[in-house]
Structure formats: C-alpha cells, structure tokens
Design a protein around this ligand. Structure first.
Ligand code: SF4
Ligand code: SF4
Length: 419
C-alpha cells in the first residue's frame, strides 16, 4: 500500500495489546463466537489490510461491516484503544477502495446519505411506506423490506417546527441553551423534541433551536464518508457558535457522540480545529443537563420500569448514571435493571438496514432480556433504539410493553401529578 494512503493511526492501532478483555463486551462476538467478529480480530484485520498482508476482499470487509460501531469494546479496554477512530478511518478507506454490490451502493450512498439527513426528504420517502403499512400491503413484500418498514412508527403526529426561541417561564432563570433537533428526531419524534424543550424550560433555560442547523454528520461518519461529516460539522458550528449558549443540548445519543467529537473530526483542519473543540465541549446529552431536576420529580409509576443504555451514550459518551438517576427518581422501587442493558439492540444508526440478519439477532436478544424483567415500560435515549425495540416487542407479541424516550417518560410523570 502507498504509505501516503495509510488510513490507520499506527499509534492507536498498536495500543491494542491483544488481551481479549473486550471480547465479552462485543455484541457480534457474543452472537457468532468468531474472533474475526471481535474487536481484537477486527483491529488485526485493519492492520493486515493497511500493511498489505491482506486484500480488501469480501470476507474481510464482511467482518468489518458486521461491526456495529457500538464502541462497547472501547469502554472496557484497559489499554485505551480508540476503536471508534480506527473504525472510522478504516470505513473511509473501504468506501474509497472496495466495490460494493449495486444494492449496497444504492442503500448506502443514496437511501441513507441522500434521504435520512434531510427531514423534508425523509418525510416524503416515508409516505408510501406508511400508506402501504396502513393498508396491510406489506405482507407481499420481501422480508428485508417488511423488517425495514416495521421500524416506522405507526403514529407520527405532525406538529409545527420548534420555534427558534422557546423562552422559559420559570421563576429562577438559569441562562440559555441551544437545542439540536436531529433528523430522525424531528421527523419521527417531534413530540419528544417538544417535550425535551419544555423540560429545559422547566429547568430554567431559554431554548434556542436555530433553523440553520443541519444533520450532525453521524450517518456520514459511520458510513465512511468523513468529508461529508466534516462539511456538516462546519455548518453546525456556524449555526450555534454566535448564540452565546451555556450548552448545546441533544436528546439523541447517536448524534450526541458525533457532536461531542467535532474536535476529533476537524482535528487536521487548522482553521476549524479550535472552534470544533469549543463546540464539542458545549454539547451535553439532555439527561446530563436535566440531572438537577431529580429532586423535583414525582415518584408515580405503578408498573415495573427498566432502562436500556444506548451504545453511543453509555460507551461513546460514557454517560450511564444521569439517565438512570432520572428514571429511578420517577420509578422508585419499580425500577428494575435490564440484563445486558448496554449490549447493542441492533439498531446502531442504519445497521439494521445494512446488516439486517445480525440486527435481528440482537433485536431478539434485547427483546428477551426486556421481557425477562417483567417491565411494562422500557426507557431509552436514542431514536434508533426506540424504533428497534418497539419493532422487536411487537414481533414478540409484547406490544403491551411500552418503549419510550426519557423526555416523554419524565414529562408524562410530571403531567400525572399536574406539576
Ligand atoms: S481490550 Fe483493548 S487491548 Fe485488549 S484486545 Fe481489546 S482492544 Fe486490544
Ligand atoms: S464497536 Fe461494538 S461491535 Fe464493533 S468491535 Fe467494538 S464492541 Fe464489537
């Protein structure tokens, strides 16, 4: 390989001491038991490809594609291996150098990159799918299409866009924060975005939602298109940085980890590096910012409640305590821990579209774990997890178990006691 085209940071790759401590945290290794589907095996594959000891062939790409990018391995690695950064660099190389099938190219470069990051296009693209589902026409479709359509929420109330300024009416004003409305969130979970803003208002913050914000870039970065991710990062930095905010709040874990890592994404761009780092430092997950609300939350849930850790919150952002404290504050003794709470549900951005078989195995695993708790409510913090878990519960005939975003969960608790 041309040394100018080296895609792996050698120092980061060599940090792996092959101890294997990450293996039991890796969802794909748990499912297949194949070392090539483990973090250690994949790092070996990445280095072998870079060093020219292995061709970029279907088998190697298959093991790399099967990686969820959940970063559970990174969170437990004693050697500090930055697996997410290694994977991003490798995926960029794979997309530039490996020829995929026509279907995979269409899925990744057109459906995912040209539709999902644009809320208007996504709404239009979902119309025929929702229509077909409402008329029961999905039965005649192939399994792949049926599974994909099962993810679309049955109800998507059309609410007005969030105003650019949502002022607080709290007696004690604490300042102003920005709000990232997200692509999937603003199309499929508009009511959750509205609830998030109301919770921030209740906590004493004016909320600014600039219209000039764009997709966070996660879909591009995870798909190996780092240039497109950098371009969206620059536009978001411009949209928020002049607003003089205490923090930039996001309620979608997958977007949050990308937004927090803008400094890494633009590290080699000297004109933007410092601005990107400053932006990243301001980004907070909604649950981190709402933690002071804990003493004011009413304990008012009668059925058991459990919590699923979104990978990009628990592993990539290392935020697992704040959401638990918020859920526990409302659920009290009805809170029950979910076995394998931080094992990926199979959603992983658009993984359930590009790797449907493994996604379904992990969805079934998550569903069985949820049902084993006896919980009637499962709370989480990411739209992809919500869609995947809801579809899994419905498939298992357990539609009575409700999967709900933490913002809706907290707001419904507050509305029950009329505070
Ligand atoms: S835990 Fe870290 S050092 Fe050990 S095998 Fe996994 S990635 Fe390598
Ligand atoms: S990112 Fe997740 S799926 Fe990929 S190697 Fe690490 S633990 Fe396994």
């Amino acid at each position: 390989m041309n040394p100018d085209k080296r895609f792996l940071d050698e120092t980061k790759a060599l940090a792996c001491i092959h101890c294997g401590l990450c293996l039991s945290s890796c969802p794909t290794y748990l499912e297949t038991g194949n070392e090539n589907d483990s973090p250690r095996g994949r790092i070996y594959l990445m280095r072998a490809i870079q060093d020219g000891r292995m061709d970029l062939a279907e088998s190697a790409v298959g093991h790399l594609d099967l990686c969820l990018g959940c970063r559970a391995c990174e969170a437990v690695c004693p050697s500090g291996v930055q697996y997410g950064a290694l994977l991003e660099g490798t995926r960029e190389h794979v997309e530039a150098s490996y020829r995929r099938s026509f279907f995979q190219r269409f899925l990744r470069r057109v459906a995912i990159e040209k539709v999902f990051p644009f809320p208007g296009r996504m709404r239009l693209a979902l119309l025929p799918a929702r229509f077909a589902r409402a008329l029961g026409l999905t039965r005649v479709l192939p399994k792949f299409a049926r599974d994909a359509m099962s993810l679309i929420p049955r109800e998507m109330p059309a609410l007005p866009c969030l105003p650019e300024l949502s002022p607080t009416s709290a007696k004690e004003k604490k300042g102003r924060v920005g709000f990232v409305s997200g692509c999937v969130m603003s199309v499929m979970f508009q009511q959750t975005n509205a609830a998030s803003v109301r919770l921030l208002n209740r906590a004493g913050y004016d909320v600014l939602t600039p219209r000039s914000q764009v997709c966070c870039g996660a879909l591009y970065a995870h798909g190996g298109n780092l240039e497109a991710a950098r371009s969206t990062a620059r536009r978001n930095i411009e949209a928020f940085e002049s607003l003089k905010l205490e923090a930039i709040i996001i309620n979608a874990a997958g977007c949050g980890s990308t937004l927090k890592e803008y400094g890494h994404l633009l590290h080699d761009d000297s004109a933007w590096r410092e601005r990107a780092e400053a932006f990243g430092r301001k980004v907070k997950d909604l649950t981190e910012w709402l933690l002071p609300l804990v003493p004011t939350l009413p304990q008012c849930f009668s059925g058991k409640v459990t919590y699923h850790d979104a990978c990009h919150l628990a592993h990539a952002q290392r935020v697992s305590k704040p959401p638990r404290e918020l859920v526990r504050a409302v659920a009290g003794l009805n809170f029950v821990e979910l076995p394998e709470s931080d094992v990926c549900c199979g959603s992983a951005g658009t993984y359930n579209l590009t790797e449907p078989e493994m996604a379904e195995r992990l969805q079934d695993r998550k569903t069985q774990n949820i049902l084993s708790t006896g919980a009637l409510t499962v709370v989480t913090t990411n739209p992809g997890c919500l869609l995947q878990i809801r579809a899994g519960l419905e498939k298992a005939g357990a539609a009575h178990v409700r999967a709900i975003h933490i913002a809706d969960f907290l707001e419904s608790a507050l509305s029950k006691v009329g505070t």
